[in-house]
Design a protein around this ligand. Structure first.
Ligand SMILES: Cc1cc2nc3c(=O)[nH]c(=O)nc-3n(C[C@H](O)[C@H](O)[C@H](O)COP(=O)(O)OP(=O)(O)OC[C@H]3O[C@@H](n4cnc5c(N)ncnc54)[C@H](O)[C@@H]3O)c2cc1C
Length: 395
């Protein structure tokens, strides 16, 4: 593992810094952020894998440069690519599997943040066993008629479009009867019902389709081959969840919390039991960070990191949960107050730790549960026999 960047890359870092100093004034103004993103794309720092004709910067893939950009943009609190499923999941899927006209129609506006996408995979009874989905699509003339229900659809109430898995071949084996479909959510046959969460927020939805329609050619890949297409999307989802950058930041916040929280006679950080828990977590944070560095160095050198890469999501979500659990212990009675929802301000700031705690349970489920991750590690990484429940998993 080599933790130093070469002179060429340090020079690149200098360029990124100069660009940020010249062009980025911290702001939350949406228009100013959109303008900045355009400049950063023009300079080759954002949307590097997206071709220029689709409003990307079309750069030669270079993991080290991408990492340097991430580090410098984060340090300057500058916005990266627009957040959401569109950029992280749909665009890579369209680039790999979409028809040219689909790329032209959907990618540029997704890159600009004008189109927001919901992920319509899970259904009641079909989460881990995703291939058992029942929402059906029937081709009538030049349209698909869609009936059924999706659930846990993050931010569907704010999205114009959904990429969804729909059963179109009811008599085919379950993995072969699914089509990857793009659906306009703003139509009479679609009803989006928010689900209120324990945090007080309502970020998830149930989405009901009653004779909803989508054009016959709004399918990505071939009819009945949606399972294979969906694998691209999940690969991107999992790697974004497994990224280690957030863990160190959350851990630092835990240490700050322990330092500022007064107990009866001393600060929480001076409590031996709390210190030990924090030290144990720090060891895991560092081990995870260095494991990611090792995988990163290997990938940058053109080597395959192997089974260890399957562990990132499980490890990072476990650590996130441990951090939130110790924070709960530190805030003690403040933990009895109601969580405030994602957007609520807070006098003490401790409600945010409650949200962090509940959120850490959710992240361990999203994109494939921890148990499903363990199955994947066992079967693909360690070569153990397949799970008795065949075909399981958002795997
Ligand atoms: C924060 C969050 C955001 C989400 N966003 C979306 C979204 O935008 N779009 C979308 O489509 N879905 C979304 N989901 C749904 C998510 O993909 C599913 O919740 C997940 O795949 C698990 O499915 P399930 O809820 O049906 O649980 P189940 O599959 O019923 O699992 C229940 C329990 O059984 C265990 N289990 C199941 N099968 C096995 C097995 N074979 N071996 C061992 N253990 C097993 C699981 O690990 C779990 O503990 C989101 C979920 C969360 C929490």
């Amino acid at each position: 593992m080599d933790l130093q960047y070469s002179a060429e890359y340090e020079a690149f870092r200098g360029d990124v810094r100069s660009f940020l100093e010249a062009n980025w004034q911290p702001t939350r103004n949406a228009e100013a952020m959109a303008d900045f993103r355009k400049m950063a794309t023009h300079a080759g720092y954002l949307y590097r894998s997206v071709p220029k004709r689709f409003r990307g910067s079309e750069q030669v893939s270079d993991l080290l440069k991408a990492q340097i950009i991430r580090e410098e943009f984060e340090a300057a609190h500058a916005p990266m690519e627009v957040p959401g499923n569109g950029m992280s999941m749909l665009v890579p899927t369209l680039l790999e599997n979409g028809a040219d006209w689909q790329k032209e129609m959907f990618i540029p506006k997704t890159v600009l943040g004008e189109y927001q996408w919901a992920q319509g995979y899970s259904e009641p009874g079909s989460g881990s066993d995703l291939a058992s989905i029942r929402t059906k699509g029937e081709l009538v003339g030049d349209e698909w008629i869609i009936n059924g229900q999706k659930v846990w659809t993050t931010l569907a109430h704010k999205c114009q479009y959904m990429y969804a898995l729909i059963r179109t071949e009811p008599h085919a084996p379950k993995h072969e009867g699914i089509t990857y479909m793009l659906i306009d959510l703003r139509q009479p046959g679609v009803e989006v019902r928010p689900l209120r969460q324990i945090t007080g927020g309502a970020e998830f939805n149930e989405v009901f389709f009653t004779d909803a329609r989508t054009p016959a050619n709004w399918i990505v890949g071939k009819r009945g081959e949606g399972w294979t297409v969906s694998r691209t999307t999940l690969k991107h989802e999992r790697s974004s969840i497994g990224g280690g950058n957030n863990i160190q930041r959350t851990f630092n916040k835990l240490v700050a919390l322990a330092q500022r929280t007064e107990r009866s006679e001393s600060r929480a950080i001076d409590d031996q039991a709390i210190r030990e828990k924090i030290c144990r977590i720090e060891a895991r944070v560092l081990a995870h960070k260095y494991s990611l560095y090792r995988q990163f160095s290997m990938t940058a050198a053109g080597k395959e990191p192997g089974a260890v890469s399957l562990m990132s999501k499980l490890i990072s979500t476990n650590i996130g949960h441990e951090i939130a659990a110790v924070a709960q212990e530190i805030i003690a009675d403040d933990g009895l107050i109601l969580p405030a929802g994602r957007d609520a301000g807070s006098k003490l700031g401790n409600e945010k730790w409650l949200n962090q705690y509940f959120g850490s349970l959710g992240v361990a489920i999203a994109g494939g549960t921890s148990n499903i991750q363990r199955n994947i590690i066992a079967e693909r990484g360690l070569g153990l026999p397949r799970d008795a429940v065949a075909g399981s998993g958002k795997e």
